[in-house]
Write a protein that binds this ligand. Structure first.
Ligand SMILES: NC(=O)c1ccc[n+]([C@@H]2O[C@H](COP(=O)([O-])OP(=O)(O)OC[C@H]3O[C@@H](n4cnc5c(N)ncnc54)[C@H](O)[C@@H]3O)[C@@H](O)[C@H]2O)c1
Length: 291
């Protein structure tokens, strides 16, 4: 029970990694406000929580994270039902505007930034007001993305928005440290959720497609993000703040994936050990693997 007596809010808590995190937090003893735009998914999530024995410790509130009044109502929901707030996971998200930069419309750009960045700002702002009143510190976790760390991991507007979430998290961590409020971001790679599961594909097909996208043999699951969020929400990470934790099966670690660009399958580089002596004039060698 790593979150016993803690009260948490999870935005986007009725879908994908948010739902996995809400259910994990409940299982770890937290009281959880599940906030989501999609009321039908919210009701379904409450049923799952109730079936797992958490009927009294889970609440749903329909929330548009891009609306400040909704965020305020969401925070008030936690206070009204559970009396305090300890953790907020600003996780709600959409793919947003997708297309060439010269074709994006202002309203499409604004929608993307309103949900992905302004929603996180509102969440930080209103949770912080409560944390400061309570005077016992606080814990903020924001979902960014590997798309916020390079130019090749997602649509342009989405990548810009997620980069903003990474640095918003860092800047807030600095500003809020004196109040012992921790702020961290999670940067997921490809996680199988509604967002990465095109409707024309079966879940298995979508999973198989994602499997091939990173060095790790299997795709990421909501539970992988839930585990990371639990670590950040718990006292096990008491001195971790201002961090952007990448959870991507080594996707970003592989960088430009040189072997693939040379047309050499990665496995082919693992059959022999070689010592390349470059242009020294000495002979390069190759030997069988010892093990
Ligand atoms: N799935 C991935 O591979 C991946 C990778 C990197 C980052 N992310 C990010 O992870 C977060 C969760 O995404 P997911 O993959 O679980 O997607 P998902 O679609 O399964 O869940 C997202 C949830 O957010 C809700 N939501 C959307 N807009 C909202 C709004 N304005 N207000 C409140 N709720 C809203 C949706 O209704 C949905 O329940 C998002 O921020 C997304 O950008 C996802």
């Amino acid at each position: 029970m790593r979150l016993k007596n803690k009260v948490a809010i999870v935005t986007g808590g009725a879908g994908g990694m948010g739902q996995a995190t809400a259910l994990r937090f409940l299982a770890e003893g937290a009281k959880v406000v599940i906030a989501d735009f999609n009321a039908a998914s919210g009701e379904d999530t409450l049923k799952i929580a109730a079936a797992a024995g958490h009927a009294d410790t889970a609440r749903f509130i329909r929330t548009d994270v891009a609306q400040e009044a909704d965020i305020k109502a969401m925070v008030d929901c936690a206070l009204d039902h559970f009396g305090r707030l300890d953790v907020i996971f600003n996780n709600a998200g959409v793919g947003g505007a997708i297309g060439p930069v010269w074709d994006l419309e202002e309203d499409e750009w604004d929608y993307t930034f309103d949900v992905l960045v302004k929603g996180v700002f509102f969440g930080i702002k209103h949770a912080t007001r409560v944390f400061r009143r309570q005077g016992e510190g606080g814990n903020i976790i924001n979902t960014a993305s590997v798309a916020g760390l390079s130019g090749g991991c997602g649509p342009l507007a989405y990548s810009a928005a997620k980069a903003a979430v990474v640095n918003l998290s860092r800047a807030a961590a600095v500003q809020l440290a004196p109040d012992r409020i921790r702020v961290n971001a999670i940067c997921p790679g490809f996680i199988l959720t509604g967002l990465t599961h095109p409707h024309q594909q079966s879940l298995e097909e979508a999973g198989r497609f994602l499997d091939g996208l990173q060095p790790w043999p299997q795709h990421g699951r909501g539970a992988d993000i839930a585990g990371t969020a639990l670590f950040l929400a718990s006292d096990d990470s008491a001195f971790v703040s201002g961090e952007a934790i990448v959870v991507d099966g080594a996707l970003t670690a592989i960088g430009p994936d040189m072997w693939q660009r040379y047309g050499v399958p990665r496995e082919a580089t693992m059959t022999k050990s070689r010592l390349n002596k470059g242009t020294t004039g000495e002979t390069s060698t190759a030997r069988q693997l010892k093990d």
